[in-house]
Ligand binder design. Sequence first.
Ligand code: 4AD
Ligand code: MG
Length: 477
Amino acid sequence: MKRIKIRELLHTEPVGKTATVKGWVRTFRNNQFVALNDGSCLDNLQLVLPLGEFEDKVLRSINPGAAISATGEVAESRGRGQKIELVVSDVKVVGESDPEKYPLQPKKHSLEFLREQAHLRFRTNTFGAIFRIRHAAALAIHRFFDERGFVYLHTPILTASDAEGAGELFRVTTLNPQHPPLTEENEVDFSKDFFGKEAHLTVSGQLEAELGSLALSDVYTFGPTFRAEHSHTTRHLAEFWMIEPEIAFADLEDNMDLAEDMLNYLVKYLLENCRKDLEFLDDRLKKEESSKTKDQRSPMGLTEKLEFCLESDFARITYSDAIDILMKSKPNKKKKFQYVIEEWGADLQSEHERYLVEKHFKKPVILYNYPKNIKAFYMRVNDDEKTVAAMDILFPGIGEIIGGSQREERLDVLLSRMDEMHIPQEELSWYLDIRKYGSCPHAGYGLGFERFVQFVTGMGNIRDVIPFPRTPGHIAF
Ligand code: 4AD
Ligand code: MG
């Protein structure tokens, strides 16, 4: 008989019909009641094994973690908490699980412990919910851009350029590390390497997306990006996924509008399509919060916070205005910030960003027109010649969730910026070509996918929203 997923069974409630379900045992009580989960939804299905109908040998191998297949009649449930159950006539243990050794015991495990068991943590309610939401968010992103006529462009993962110019690159090579070929100057001779030159993992698909945008008008990338940053925080990964739209004949304001529309669309989509998983995570957070002191607790629950974000327009302020606010702020005057803001031009730290979002505006904030000295070479220089048309979107509890800009479309200005920043022209001749043949104002941004998933799931650590996190010193699985 064809298997039906538990989600569909609970949805259609075919009482009186025969059904086959397959999944993994969560618990087995009184030699009679199995809580079965197949990952299709948060809920377990209760299987009832009538007493005396099954061999002891079979019953003894129905243990937490075991994979089973069960066929029976769907019945209205007499127990509380579920509408239907399956009264089983045939059960097979497909894959056994030794209850003495199975790491996931039927009790609450810490997130730290589960990170070490990342190969099994999908089987918990929390991680089941997170990865279903992550899936739905990815789908919603494609839908959002598709509905607006964007083309999904697959930009390369292996690259010869440093898109952000920040030098946080992972090298890719097939040379023998013990005996690499050497040049006359005794340096490693990368002309003998696989690509005949130095190669790296991409830090961003933006530069290639710009090329696509100046022909296809509106494009986006959605792929893995890699940063060899030694950041040990709850917001940084060495491998993360980024969504990077690029729009032609557009300026910074168009860029902000697109980003705000997109974030609203995504949050709305998830509220509509992932209610149960969100409510579960909301409860989980509330329990976690109850162990905190009053002033450490967040003022809103998870779904409440998401709804609030939908209702409020994002605050839009310039970097200069933000500096004014910060210099006048209590924590700055009382030197409570780790980095006290002394003057215009200072790079904002996450403590400053969080002050603006969580204390001052109490809603998402778009900061724009940053000093050009602290931003990337490709950002468009404003008329004041001091700032660039850059924007960062800051979210409560997360800080920077999006970084973007209008791009420098004027060849001469771009060349002098690259000169100032010691970026060799030869390496980016193709990027410069676009400014020679039909250049036009264009803009784009990058959304850090895991930071967004952190925001919607309320998870405090970015390592818990990607299946297999890579951070400095950690590359298990
Ligand atoms: O601000 P970033 O570095 O911008 C870019 O890469 C541009 N090329 C984007 C563009 O304009 N097309 O990164 C964009 C976003 C950040 O706002 C953050 O959400 C996320 O990517 N991000 C990270 N997420 C997890 N771990 C890291 N190490 C991250 N670095 C950036
Ligand atoms: Mg940034």
